[in-house]
Design a protein around this ligand. Structure first.
Ligand code: SF4
Length: 700
């Protein structure tokens, strides 16, 4: 590899910040500013700046590991691959193909996600594949599909945000989760626009807001309905837009009118004057947006909640208008692309539906298989993990750490331990990898080339910047070798560009059409927005007649066949587990700036660990006083599913009826020990964001 700077992208969140990487003479890798990428213009958060630390052999896996006598011991690649192929083959023979499970991740490149879906369905013949992105944005995806006929996190570029008149940011602490994105909201306010933040905590993001609404966790649906009620009552609907561009208003209107502001205040705790002020600020400017993130989405009614916020945008004529509309801030690095190319239980590449005969025929032709040989939809992520050790006997897991990140995590850990066989491909020995029978050490971001799709739907080229250490192989090589050993000799290339060329063909004509995108274009154009269909001429043949990509969706029409958006009538309902005498407090969970997701990578970075060394329980002084806890005292948080202990962090910036815990850690402070796996009926999203707990002091 050259010693010059390679322009590439951060391995972590969905912003996919651009950065330059340069190998240093001492074997380390230097990160430097890459100002040409428009999303971050050179800015990076601490996670991105320190990401090369995980490339170090000090923290990463350097050899395959195979369990022997109860212990993971180094093994050769052939020994490890033979063991995995043998166990998967045995499981299939003894229990049938659906006894083999596959679990992917929203951080996998498009090429890996595509190949993993194909591997599950063509090589293993199993329907049992899903991925951790189900825990991330599936409710927003389901709500977007219902309303617009298409799900792309943001239907417009981030650079549209400062040009809007008002943004309601619902349940996103982007000042900590993706700090460089805060500048879009700062510019919004500098331009005279208004930022309204909806969050039960006074987060660093909420501190930037003109208006901060602090609803009770799990009541965002009622809040949106109350706002829509006021929009109607105050005569602020856009009747011409509703008539021309939407379907279903009357039912949605009737549902909203049942949610009187005073009733909504009782449910949410947000005072009626704040509801009225929100409506005024949202409706008066020419343009306005609603952006949601995990707060309203990670609920057992997440899809309905998203629908309610979309209804607000439709009734006010915002969606599909310049600098306006609804968007979702996807979380994981390839959370967008990861849900488009077939690692999801119900999908085929190009965001096609697995139960659509035409989609099956198209993809089967690209794959060179009989459409009837493709299995149907499988279980969603939590349901798949919950079936481990029962229906599912062996699991291949790639790029995920569910022992920390899944809801009801101690239960999921037991389910994983009950498997006949577990194989994990990872960069580090995560808590889940430590339970495996075989662990394969794989290449990571800077050591391999691949594409990701950021939260705007911008497809990016993450270039290889350094040579991987000896003994490491890519996930694509792993799937190639396993396919070969399981009797499928062709169709699993190891070259990422070759995989992407096949992905282009598989996605052609689908909702997420990548067929007009090539590695060459991605390199030259610094990313291309999908959909980007192939024009009449071969786009690889020359520079003419290439589709420019689609930065802004829905300006002329929505993706439903009649071009109109759909109102979805929804009504308030309670969270699955309301507080009661035994469990009187609400728990909500989230992230801190110096850690990322399950922490498997960032907990191995000294600088990040120094900044965020462990979990904590954030609580209001009134709650702390009732408990008898002082700052730093160990507090036990107990739910119906388990108990977690962490130091108290006392702040006025949280509702007195709510405690908050970050979820990045394992051990006694594992927040997901407590969380509720109650699922949204449409998206199958677990209710991470609200469950009933009680607090106890702990003697130390
Ligand atoms: Fe990486 Fe996200 Fe930080 Fe940007 S904001 S540097 S993409 S973790």
């Amino acid at each position: 590899m050259p010693n010059s700077a390679t322009p590439t992208h951060c391995p972590y969140c969905a912003l996919q910040c651009g950065m330059n990487l340069t190998p240093a003479p001492d074997g380390t890798v230097e990160v430097s500013e890459r100002a040409d990428f428009p999303v971050n213009r050179g800015a990076l958060c601490g996670k991105g700046r320190t990401a090369p630390a995980v490339l170090s052999s000090r923290v990463r896996l350097t050899s395959p590991l195979v369990r022997s006598g109860g212990t993971l011991v180094p093994a050769t690649w052939d020994e490890a691959l033979d063991r995995i192929a043998g166990e998967l083959s045995r499981t299939r023979t003894e229990h049938g193909p659906d006894a083999c499970g596959v679990f992917g991740g929203g951080g996998l490149t498009n090429e890996k996600a595509y190949t993993l879906g194909k591997f599950a369905r063509v090589v293993l013949g199993t329907s049992q594949i899903d991925y951790n992105g189900r825990f991330c944005m599936s409710s927003a995806a389901a709500g977007g599909m219902k309303a617009f006929g298409l799900d792309r996190g943001l239907p417009f570029p981030l650079e549209d945000i400062p040009k809007s008149g008002c943004v309601i940011l619902v349940g996103s602490n982007l000042a900590e989760t993706m700090p460089p994105s805060l500048r879009f909201f700062t510019e919004l306010r500098e331009n005279g626009g208004t930022l309204i933040v909806v969050d039960p905590r006074r987060t660093r993001t909420a501190e930037q807001a003109d208006l901060h609404l602090m609803p009770r966790p799990g009541t965002d649906l009622a809040l949106a309905l109350g706002l829509l009620h006021l929009v109607v009552a105050e005569g602020r609907t856009d009747e011409a837009y509703i008539a021309e561009r939407t379907v279903g208003w009357e039912d949605a209107r009737a549902a909203a009118m049942a949610h009187w502001p005073e009733y909504v205040e009782r449910i949410t705790g947000v005072p009626v004057p704040q509801l009225r002020e929100t409506v005024r600020l949202f409706c008066e400017p020419e343009s306005a947006m609603v952006l949601t993130a995990r707060g309203p989405e990670q609920q057992s009614k997440g899809t309905d909640t998203v629908s309610a916020w979309i209804n607000l945008c439709l009734a006010t004529g915002r969606a599909g208008r310049p600098f306006s509309g609804y968007g979702c801030l996807t979380g994981q690095g390839n959370g967008q692309g990861g849900r488009e190319h077939g690692q999801k239980a119900d999908q085929l590449p190009g965001y096609r539906k697995l139960d659509d005969p035409a989609a099956r025929a198209h993809v089967a032709e690209v794959w060179g298989v009989d459409p009837d040989s493709l299995p149907g939809p499988g279980r969603s992520a939590y349901e798949l993990l919950d079936a481990l050790g029962t229906d599912i006997r062996s699991l291949l897991l790639m790029g995920s750490n569910p022992v920390v990140s899944a809801p009801h995590a101690a239960h999921i850990e037991e389910r994983i331990k009950s498997l006949d066989f577990l194989a994990v491909c990872d960069v580090v020995l995560s808590e889940t990898a430590a339970l495996a029978d075989v662990v394969l050490p794989v290449t990571q971001w800077a050591e391999e080339t691949g594409t990701t799709t950021n939260l705007e739907g911008r497809v990016l080229l993450r270039r290889q910047a350094i040579t991987p250490p000896d003994g490491i192989r890519s996930d694509l090589e792993v799937m190639h070798e396993l396919a070969d050993r399981l009797g499928v000799e062709k169709g699993f290339p190891t070259d990422p560009e070759e995989v992407f060329e096949e992905l282009r063909r598989a996605s052609a004509g689908g909702p997420a059409d990548y067929s007009g995108i090539t590695y060459r274009r991605l390199a030259e154009e610094n990313g291309v927005f999908w959909p980007c269909p192939t024009p009449e001429k071969d786009v690889t043949a020359g520079d003419q007649d290439v589709h420019p990509g689609t930065a802004r969706l829905f300006l002329d029409r929505f993706a439903h066949s009649d071009g109109r958006a759909r109102f979805v009538p929804v009504s308030h309902r309670a969270i699955a587990e309301e507080p009661d005498e035994e469990y009187p407090v609400l728990l909500t969970t989230g992230r801190v700036v110096a850690q990322y997701q399950s922490g498997a990578q960032t907990r191995r970075v000294d600088e990040l660990n120094a900044a965020a060394p462990g979990p904590f329980v954030e609580l209001h002084p009134r709650l702390a006083e009732r408990l008898g806890a002082a700052e730093g005292d160990p507090v036990a948080v107990v739910s119906r599913r388990g108990r977690a202990v962490a130091p108290a962090r006392i702040t006025l910036g949280i509702r007195p009826d709510t405690v908050f815990m970050p979820f990045h850690w394992y051990g006694e402070g594992r927040a997901n020990t407590l969380t509720n796996p109650a699922l949204d009926p449409t998206s199958r999203m677990p209710e991470f964001k609200a469950c009933a707990v009680r607090l106890e002091t702990v003697e130390r």
